[in-house]
Ligand binder design. Structure first.
Ligand SMILES: [Zn+2]
Length: 309
């Protein structure tokens, strides 16, 4: 039986954890600190002409040039292994930064080639070509074969999970319909193979509160790291109470600035002080979840009603 919008099974609303879900012994929740090493790639994809804009390119270069070393020092100080989602283009342009991340013992995962949103792909073959180009770049630069995927802009089509399974990915991180990891059926069929989904959310992404590039992205309101720390701490503590996964998505060019790293360090200290909170890489969490007896979640597109609406 599968969990889907057809309502195939009853909802057990008294249970906090999904049926079959548990964390390892003495663990009651998990936290995963992730960094999307976008650098220039998302701006170049949306605005190819920006390759000639030194001001904008320098804003993006802050990530690999200045922030990555600072973040690696922070993670080393706190003894935390993180997951870095790296577009293939970034790996080729900033190979030393990517190799430093690898050599520091962090997980490197797939994040497209030029940060291409799935909705920009005319067909599945294009999506697949981008995936392969990303694999090739990460292999050439860092000699890694990622097992995890985070879609650029978190854009996934209904056929994307099937492509991920075809190319050996064990998890995706970015769907937003759960607080706990789950088994994601890679097609709309209940007996389809599964990969692990590690859900995320915009509220735990640093782009929204911090990032501002005039005329390109952001509201122009740049939040104080104290405010961001407060909101992320609230979510962390609430998700621990729910036995869920705190999946934080940061971008080095955004969150690698000095006061933001200081706030992130405070957050990590608070997380490390929580009894029973497992801080791990996405790969480690996915490996645990893959072994659980979970009923797969099947995603099917909602049928549109007949017009007129
Ligand atoms: Zn990204």
């Amino acid at each position: 039986m599968s969990i889907g919008p057809e309502g195939a099974e009853r909802i057990d609303w008294r249970s906090v954890l999904p049926a079959g879900f548990r964390w390892p012994d003495r663990i009651r929740a998990a936290a995963c600190f992730t960094f999307d090493l976008d650098a220039e790639s998302p701006i170049l994809f949306d605005h190819p002409e920006s390759a000639g804009w030194l001001d904008v390119m320098s804003h993006q270069a802050y990530g690999p040039r200045t922030a990555v070393p600072r973040l690696l020092r922070l993670l080393d100080r706190r003894g935390v292994r993180a997951t870095f989602f790296v577009p293939g283009y970034t790996a080729k342009r900033w190979p030393a930064a990517v190799r430093a991340i690898r050599d520091a013992g962090h997980e490197i995962a797939h994040h497209g080639y030029l940060h291409e949103g799935a909705r920009s792909a005319p067909d599945l073959a294009t999506e697949e070509a981008r995936l392969l180009r990303g694999f090739d770049a990460l292999d050439r630069v860092a000699g890694v074969r990622p097992v995890g995927y985070r879609a650029p802009n978190w854009q996934l089509g209904y056929a994307t999970p099937g492509l991920l399974a075809k190319h050996g990915f064990r998890y995706d991180s970015g769907l937003m319909d759960a607080d706990h990891p789950y088994h994601l059926a890679v097609s709309g069929k209940p007996d389809a193979p599964t990969i692990v989904e590690l859900p995320a959310h915009w509220s735990l992404d640093d782009w929204e509160p911090y990032n501002y590039l005039p005329g390109i992205t952001g509201s122009g309101v740049i939040a104080s790291p104290a405010d961001v720390l407060a909101r992320w701490t609230l979510e962390l503590e609430a998700l621990v109470d729910e036995g869920g996964l705190f999946m934080l998505t940061n971008h080095p060019f955004v969150s690698g600035r000095a006061s933001r790293v200081a706030a992130l360090e405070t957050l990590i200290e608070r997380a490390q002080a929580i009894d029973g909170l497992w801080i791990a890489t996405a790969e480690e969490i996915a490996a645990w979840v893959a072994g659980l007896p979970l009923t797969p979640v099947v995603h099917v597109p909602p049928p549109l009603p007949e017009r007129p609406w």
